[in-house]
Design a binder for this molecule. Structure first.
Ligand code: ADE
Ligand code: ZN
Ligand code: ZN
Length: 267
């Protein structure tokens, strides 16, 4: 996601944090954040070049298939294992579980900012895309009259157009609308969003599996090199995108609530 997408995910998450988790998050946030998790949700994109190792942690790609398999897909271009967004979520979740105890030299403030960002990213369908087109980055298209690429359409363009057409360019209105859907139309699905079979704190495998499925069913569907995408694509994909933002926010809060649930860990 771009800045707006990540901001929405973290704003939604803030509404679902337990008191304990809120306190831990405030304690871990850098002072620039002014106590607001959403203000640092794009930090990981700002350090993408300073911390070059972090660049492949924003996504995972498959070899052209519509399913995700950790052992097959979670590696970087050099084949180093666990280097992908799913591995990163597991890693930063584990690091944060040492909060209050021995953090083994990890900067937990950075761990929190990475985790909040990557839980957002793994919900962007094309952040679990095909390796051959770099998650849609090499598919050039026109978004209405402007040149863009398919990846950027999902990171930024759909959100921008929705803001302009429906929310008078006010991000808070868009967040409120998504929040309203969570409490109304999607309320009976929330429990399922927050759980998975494997019982790990974060269900990152599940999030990536959902994303590649949606990448195939919605993002890549009916799109070719040099397609022009407009109203049809926008109106049919916006609801999918809004639900992904909602799921990312609710799940980020659920993960943080479990991480920071108990008493301080003993070292
Ligand atoms: N670079 C290569 N693949 C990518 C993806 N799926 N998302 C973002 N950046 C990428
Ligand atoms: Zn992206
Ligand atoms: Zn990212």
């Amino acid at each position: 996601w771009g800045k707006e997408g990540h901001f929405m995910v973290c704003k939604i998450a803030e509404n679902y944090l337990s008191e304990k988790a809120s306190r831990a998050v405030s304690d871990l946030l850098p002072s620039e954040a002014g106590g607001d998790l959403a203000s640092v949700c794009s930090w990981a994109d700002e350090v993408r070049f300073r911390y070059r190792w972090s660049s492949p942690l924003h996504f995972v790609n498959t070899p052209g298939v519509c399913n995700f398999k950790y052992s097959r897909d979670c590696h970087n271009s050099k084949g180093e294992t666990d280097v992908c967004v799913v591995g990163a979520i597991n890693n930063y979740t584990a690091q944060l579980q040492s909060y209050g105890g021995d953090s083994s030299g990890n900067d937990l403030s950075e761990s929190l900012m990475f985790l909040a960002h990557f839980v957002g990213d793994v919900h962007q369908p094309l952040h679990a895309g095909f390796a051959a087109d770099e998650g849609g980055n090499t598919i050039t298209i026109h978004w209405y009259r402007r040149k863009s690429n398919l990846h950027h359409v999902w990171d930024v363009n759909i959100i921008e157009t929705a803001m302009k057409d429906f929310y008078s360019d006010d991000l808070n209105s868009m967040i409120e609308a998504i929040q309203m859907n969570i409490t109304d139309s999607w309320s009976d699905e929330i429990d399922q969003w927050q759980t998975c079979r494997s019982q790990s704190v974060a269900c990152a495998d599940k999030y990536a599996s959902e994303s590649i499925k949606q990448a195939c069913d919605y993002a890549y569907k009916d799109v070719e090199q040099d397609s022009t995408l407009g109203d049809d694509y926008f109106y049919s994909r916006l609801p999918v995108l809004e639900k992904r933002i909602a799921q990312a926010g609710v799940r980020l809060a659920a993960i943080l609530n479990v991480i920071f649930c108990g008493d301080s860990a003993v070292s």
